[in-house]
Design a protein around this ligand. Structure first.
Ligand SMILES: [Zn+2]
Length: 80
């Protein structure tokens, strides 16, 4: 599963506070997550995290690279 920092995870199980979304603060061997409901932070092993995630929602990473609109102006001036 592709989980990245900044992702919002929808968990299969609800947190005691009632929220079922977590925000990824750090990835690696362990994930550091913050509950979207109560803002509590905790670390869980990657394997466990992946098993308890139902869906990953990633906010759009901005529309980078606006299509290259290079104006290639024909330099055909200089007429004698
Ligand atoms: Zn919570």
């Amino acid at each position: 599963m592709d989980i990245r920092k900044g992702d919002r995870l929808v968990m299969k199980k609800k947190h005691p506070c009632g929220a079922n979304e977590m925000i990824v603060l750090r990835t690696g061997m362990d994930f550091k997550l913050r509950c979207a409901g109560c803002a509590r932070e905790f670390m869980i092993p990657r394997s466990k995290a992946e098993r308890s995630v139902k869906a990953v929602s990633r906010p759009d990473e901005g529309s980078e690279g606006s299509e290259g609109t290079e104006d290639t102006e024909g330099t055909e001036g200089s007429r004698s």
